[in-house]
Structure formats: C-alpha cells, structure tokens
Design a protein around this ligand. Structure first.
Ligand SMILES: [Zn+2]
Length: 403
C-alpha cells in the first residue's frame, strides 16, 4: 500500500540523517518531580504554552482511578504516593465505544491514538467497521503522523506486541484477534518506514498465526531487512530500528533501551509504553502499577520537560475497589488463601479489597507533565487525548477523507 509521494515527504521530513548529540539529559533531573513529597501540591507553577518535540504516552492497561489508589496503598501504605500522582495536570478520560458503555483495549487505545471512537474489538478503523467481517475506514494514528513528519517512533509493551493496545498504534484491522494480519503491518506501513522500535511479548502465539498466514518471523525479517529478535540482548550495537518479540518482555529494560535509541532523533520522537494493570489478580495488577510508576520516574529523569510531554492514562477502567483496611495493616490480607484456592470466580472478596473481575465504564485518570501538559484538565472523551498530543506538537490533523 506504499506509494511514492508520502515516502518522498518522509525523506524530506526526516531532514538531516545525522543524529543529534546527547540531548539535554541533565537539566531534566533538576526538574523531575519528587515522588517522595507527600503533602504539598506541586510546588513550582509549571510553564505553559510550550511546544513538544517528544511525546511519551504511558498506558496502564485497565489502570483506572481505583487501581492507582490501590497501587499507592500496596506500594507505600498511603494514598497519593505514586510519582505520577505528583504530576501537575489531571483530567478524567471517558472511554466508551460508539455503541456501548464499557470499552475493551482495542476501542480504548484506538480512540486515544486516532481521535476517533470506534467499536470494541476494532483496531484503528472507524465505527463503520463490522468486527471480524468488514473493514472500516482506517483512522490515522499519532504514530503515523509522527512517522510522516520524520520523527522516530517506538512501541513497547509487557503484553503481546500484536495485542490490541500496541497494535492500535501501528496497524488497522477489523478484529483484534487477527494477529497474523496485524503484526506484519509493522513492516508494511502506510507512512514512511513505520514504527522504528518495537519491543513486546507474544512470540509463540504470533508465530502460530504467522504460520497460518503462510509466513514467519524469519521470513518477515528477511524480506524487510529487519531481524526479529527474541530478546533485547540480541540487538546489535549499531541497530537503529530494532524489533524484539519475546516470550515475555522486561518493560523497564525495553523502555530504557527504546529511549536511548529514540533520543538520538534530531526531529523528536513518539514513544508508547503499555504495562498491563488488569487486577484479576489484585497483587499482580497493583504491583505492576507500582513498578510502572517507578519506571516512569526513571524516564522522567532522562527527558527535558521543556520539550517533552509525558502522558499517563488507561484504555478503560476495571472493577477493583478498596472498601476496607487500616493504616499499617496489610491491604491484601487474605490474598494468599484466595490465590491458593482452586475456585476463582468472577468476584474476588478479600478483607479490604473487592474485585469484580471485569472492565468498567467510569472515566480513567489522565495525568500529564511537560510541554503541552496543561491541556489535560476536566472531563473529556478519550479522543481528546489525540488532540492533546497533536496540539502539543503544533500539528493539525489531516482533513477527513472524502467518503
Ligand atoms: Zn485494556
């Protein structure tokens, strides 16, 4: 589906191919918010009206407000202790698909990165899609806009790299389950050379679906001159556009590696990092959020907030509630017994925590810091986050395609 004109534009947009020298990494440390500050509101009034060169979108999958609250209690024994909870800008993002109240990851992430709400199960195609049956109009993602304008782009996930949330950035499909069709789209982009850094899990299942589609990791890698590694350690020293699809993925190592590469971009970058935060297993889910938050603090210390926008949000919420507990006591009392029991129904009833193990419809928090962060406030549809990113870069979306 490539055509010559957009690719020529890509080359022009990319400008100098000489990487810029190490980019203002020190000044960021001075500006990084201190997660340890408990009682004070963010001290310095942040500058507003800055344009972003770089954007990093942190996506906690199923990490809604109650999950952030629970993670702070689990990790620190107190509410409001996460690093992201110190960020100056907060809004509530409404996640519903066009035809229902509760979102899955496909609609949730597609809406955020394309600015168009769609249907559950659909990967960055419009609401005219019939899931599994008929393609809708492909909706252009912020990653595609960034590629077209010569930025470097990366997608990192703890989950399968072909799963709905990462896929919504680089692929378009009428069904999130079509991994054999979704993953190869990373190598056949609609704009420029497509996603530059791709680190995720799901090797076995993607491999099976590629085989069913008559191809393989080896074949794809050969055809496109990009080996598809199984671990981060296999990445060669000079490799500028690495792809790693492992059995699992160390999100911290992957994110820091991606950042090292993307920060060489003279024109800026987009990095999307997904970390699973489903609390079907409450300890695992909440601990994931604690770990994600620590990683975000590390990333924050490596960027210059004068030209970088950091966004944290979720694609949809989840049915976790802290409905008991006392300071100094174990938040997850009763967890071990629940974990050991063979019967695990839809409801997890611990002493202090109730989990209805399903996605829920209420708004999720969006937190923001850095260039253009001030646009994140109030209640808004998740599609507004597309606008937040585009406006931070100072870009206007294409006119709607003729129908
Ligand atoms: Zn999700």
């Amino acid at each position: 589906m490539k055509n010559a004109l957009p690719n020529l534009l890509c080359l022009l947009a990319a400008g100098s191919l000489v990487p810029a020298a190490g980019h203002a990494q020190e000044s960021a440390r001075d500006q990084a918010a201190k997660p340890q500050v408990q009682t004070a509101r963010p001290a310095a009034e942040p500058k507003t009206g800055r344009k972003a060169k770089n954007i990093i979108l942190f996506l906690a999958d199923a990490g809604g407000v109650p999950v952030l609250h629970g993670a702070s209690l689990l990790g620190y024994g107190e509410p409001r202790r996460l690093g992201i909870q110190q960020w100056p800008y907060l809004g509530l993002s409404e996640t519903s698909p066009v035809d229902a109240f509760v979102s899955d990851s496909a609609n949730g992430m597609s809406s955020i990165v394309t600015g168009v709400k769609t249907r559950n199960g659909v990967i960055s195609q419009g609401p005219d899609t019939v899931r599994g049956k008929q393609d809708g109009v492909p909706t252009k993602t912020v990653l595609e806009y960034a590629e077209q304008r010569g930025l470097l782009t990366g997608v990192v996930t703890t989950q399968s790299i072909a799963d709905a949330t990462p896929a919504a950035n680089y692929a378009h499909s009428n069904d999130r389950k079509k991994w054999g069709e979704i993953f190869p789209q990373a190598f056949a982009p609609r704009f420029c050379d497509g996603v530059d850094v791709l680190f995720g899990a799901g090797r076995r299942k993607i491999g099976e679906q590629l085989a069913a589609a008559g191809t393989s990791f080896e074949q794809l890698g050969k055809t496109h001159g990009r080996p598809i590694h199984t671990t981060l350690a296999e990445i060669g020293a000079g490799e500028k556009r690495p792809v790693v699809v492992g059995d699992d993925m160390d999100a911290r190592a992957a994110t820091l590696k991606a950042l090292d590469i993307l920060q060489q971009s003279p024109k800026g970058y987009l990095l999307v990092v997904e970390w699973d935060a489903h609390t079907d297993d409450p300890r695992k889910g909440l601990q994931n959020v604690v770990d994600f938050d620590k990683l975000i603090a590390e990333v924050q210390a490596r960027v210059d907030l004068d030209d970088t926008l950091l966004l944290f949000t979720a694609d949809h919420s989840f049915g976790l509630q802290v409905d008991g507990g006392r300071r100094g006591e174990d938040l997850l009392a009763g967890y071990d017994a629940w974990k050991a029991s063979p019967e695990k129904g839809d409801i997890v009833r611990l002493k202090n925590v109730l989990v209805n193990r399903t996605h829920t419809g209420e708004e999720v928090a969006t937190l923001a810091i850095g260039a253009g962060a001030e646009r994140v406030r109030g209640y808004f549809p998740n599609t507004y986050l597309f606008e937040v990113m585009m406006k931070a870069w100072g870009w206007a979306p294409d006119a709607a395609p003729a129908r």
